[in-house]
Design a protein around this ligand. Structure first.
Ligand SMILES: Cc1ncc(C[n+]2csc(CCOP(=O)(O)OP(=O)(O)O)c2C)c(N)n1
Ligand SMILES: CC(=O)[C@@H](O)[C@H](O)COP(=O)(O)O
Ligand SMILES: [Mg+2]
Length: 615
């Protein structure tokens, strides 16, 4: 399929769709043509907004068929991860707002209950759909209601343990539930693991063979059948007529849990997506005829890249270093590590819990594992961090990427809570990088730290362009540093808001307020000497961090209160993310909403001084 320009493409069928009910009036041929129009529309939209293109293109026909057969929103349709929900949004009354996708005040890039009744369950973290769907099915039956529950889950999402917890429960309860496995043989990167091998074997069966109930031996039965599901497929997930027939059949005859195995192509129908190695999983704005994405040239290397290169440098000196990713090799930079050290690199699938405990086993055997996980996804492995790592004081290194606000992915992907949930754990050491040079030092520190678990966090995106240390020395554990000396206020930063503190210092100077800036580097152990020195020598101490309440500032306050410093002459303020989920916008806009930009640091300091003056 070629796309010359959006003007020449007809949208006559799409224009008839105000809601999914309009699909019921269309013939099979019209629905197939609608799918073509929808595909062109999605390509046109994402070429302007950027976003998750490949996954959405892979489910165009499936989305049309599902909305044509089922009666959403009365029938519940749940998209796993929901990064593939763009065609669903177009068909469910949001077409006119699609070009605001992932922008400030615009549509979310994911399903969101607050956005539409057609989004019965929000998602963005993977593999929740079966559990949520089962909840809807059980509630339906307890309320003696009718209706269908349909969950669409990808093969990547099916690598996560949570999917099996859902299948296990659903297969046993026997409730009416339709799970559609959208198998495009891709996660963000190629999928890994034994389940993936099993799906490939199933997908290689003759199309529809299982659907026709071909006699198969016990050995040939799919994993899903062993778990109490009826298995149908494989079916061609791009054949609208076939999908309409199969889904209608399931709708009419289903009495228990069924799994329909639909084979699709990620990026389907846009040649640049289909042939690219990541199938255009997540793209920036792009030019449709050439497929070229418009990326603003980087002024500095990304934190992710600096992390990966530093880890490679450490691993060259130390063959006990192992790198682990949970299905994010490109996102964490560990794809570079895997190329350098294929035997010491593990992509365990979307399995953060397993990744952490797997690292625990490696650490207990004397290896030096680095678990590189986005802050938001590490949430899923919290018990493993507590029970398997911290409690046993195992030296697992946590490289926590995407710390703080991340922009277009919005609140589901914000790295807000890790400091709070890690620094409260006995045995844990927690660091945050203030710039990419600091990150290099933290990788070196973690590499040599065998005393217990250690975590270091760093933001999404470019560093500041500072020179990197060539032979990084480990940092002194629990020691921060003074960046600039002043008299009245001490700005004590934990993490990459340090740059905003520097700007605030300049903004405060003309108001006669001279600021000390300190970089805490450690939330645990705290540099109590530095903190006590700052409260003793200033009128005001302000802590700043790109994390939620209950993090670094809370630990500082706790220490000061315990030592009686809060009774003294120095005022104390904490600046954290607010107690709310901040919707997507540019990171700078999100930080403005959060109140963590230089302007707001300056305002807080000035207002604190004016309050003191009036007291
Ligand atoms: C718990 C969790 N870990 C990691 C991710 C990042 N992630 C988003 S989409 C994705 C791949 C999903 O693959 P699949 O379900 O097959 O969907 P496809 O994009 O192939 O349609 C990953 C790893 C996530 N969303 N949630
Ligand atoms: C849907 C999902 O979780 C990922 O695709 C995410 O959008 C990646 O974000 P980064 O661009 O920060 O890697
Ligand atoms: Mg997939």
């Amino acid at each position: 399929m070629s796309f010359i320009s959006k003007e020449v493409l007809s949208t006559s069928l799409l224009d008839r769709v105000q809601s999914p009910t309009d699909l019921k009036t269309m013939s099979e041929d019209e629905l197939a043509s609608l799918a073509h129009e929808l595909r062109a529309e999605i390509i046109s939209i994402v070429s302007e907004t950027g976003g998750h293109l490949g996954s959405s293109l892979g489910v165009i026909e499936l989305t049309v068929a599902l909305h044509a057969v089922f009666d959403t929103p009365d029938d519940v349709l749940i998209w796993d991860v929901s990064h593939q929900c763009y065609p669903h949004k177009v068909l469910t009354g949001r077409r006119d707002r699609m070009r605001t996708l992932r922008k400030k005040d615009g549509l979310s890039g994911f399903t969101r209950r607050a956005e539409s009744p057609y989004d019965p369950f929000g998602a963005a973290h993977s593999s929740t759909s079966i559990s949520a769907g089962l909840g809807f099915a059980v509630a339906r039956d307890l309320k003696n209601q009718s209706g269908h529950v349909v969950c669409v889950i990808g093969d990547g999402a099916l690598t996560a343990g949570m999917a099996y917890e859902g299948l296990n429960n659903a297969g046993d309860l026997g409730k009416r539930l339709i799970v559609i496995l959208n198998d495009n043989n891709m996660s963000i990167s190629p999928p890994t693991g034994a389940v993936s091998n099993h799906l490939n074997a199933l997908a290689s069966n003759a199309p529809g063979a299982a659907l026709k109930n071909a006699a198969r031996s016990e050995k040939e039965r799919s994993l899903f059948e062993h778990m109490g599901f009826s298995y149908f497929g494989p079916v061609d997930g791009h054949d609208v007529s076939g999908l309409l027939a199969t889904l209608s059949d399931l709708k009419d005859t289903q009495t228990g849990p069924v799994l329909l195995h639909a084979v699709t192509r990620k990026g389907a129908g846009y040649s640049y997506a289909e042939t690219s190695s990541d199938k255009y999983h997540g793209v920036s704005r792009f030019d449709i005829p050439s497929g070229k994405q418009s990326k603003t040239p980087a002024k500095a290397p990304s934190y992710t890249k600096v992390f990966a290169q530093s880890l490679i440098a450490e691993a060259e000196k130390d063959d006990t270093i192992i790198a682990i990713t949970a299905a994010m090799p490109a996102g964490t930079g560990l794809d570079q590590f895997a190329r350098a050290f294929p035997d010491r690199s593990f992509d365990v699938g979307i399995a953060e819990q397993h990744a952490v405990t797997f690292a625990g086993g490696l650490a207990a055997s004397g290896m030096r594992p680095f678990c590189a996980i986005y802050s938001t996804f590490l949430q899923r492995a919290y018990d493993q961090v507590v029970h398997d790592i911290a409690l046993q004081n195992l030296p697992v290194r946590f490289a926590i990427d995407r710390a703080g606000l991340v922009g277009a992915d919005g609140p589901t992907h914000a790295g807000a809570f890790d400091v709070g949930y890690l620094a409260n754990l006995p045995n844990m050491t927690v660091m945050a990088a203030s710039d990419e040079a600091d990150l290099v030092s933290m990788v070196a520190t973690a590499a040599r730290f065998d005393t217990g678990p250690i975590a270091f966090r760093y933001p999404r995106g470019e560093g500041l362009g500072v020179p990197l240390p060539e032979n990084p020395a480990p940092l002194a554990i629990g020691k921060g540093r003074i960046i600039a000396r002043g008299q009245q206020v001490a700005l004590l930063s934990f993490g990459a808001r340090l740059a905003e503190c520097r700007k605030a210092r300049e903004q405060l100077a003309p108001h006669g307020i001279s600021a000390t800036i300190a970089d805490a580097r450690f939330a645990k152990p705290l540099d109590t000497e530095l903190i006590e020195e700052l409260v003793s020598s200033h009128d005001l101490l302000v802590t700043i961090e790109e994390g939620a309440t209950g993090g670094f500032g809370a630990l500082v306050l706790h220490h000061l209160a315990a030592q009686g410093f809060l009774d003294g002459r120095c005022g104390v303020r904490t600046m954290t993310l607010p107690d709310s989920f901040i919707q997507q916008a540019s990171p700078a806009d999100m930080y403005e909403t959060a109140g963590l930009n230089a302007r707001q640091i300056t305002e807080l300091v000035r207002s604190a001084f004016s309050q003191r003056h009036h007291r």
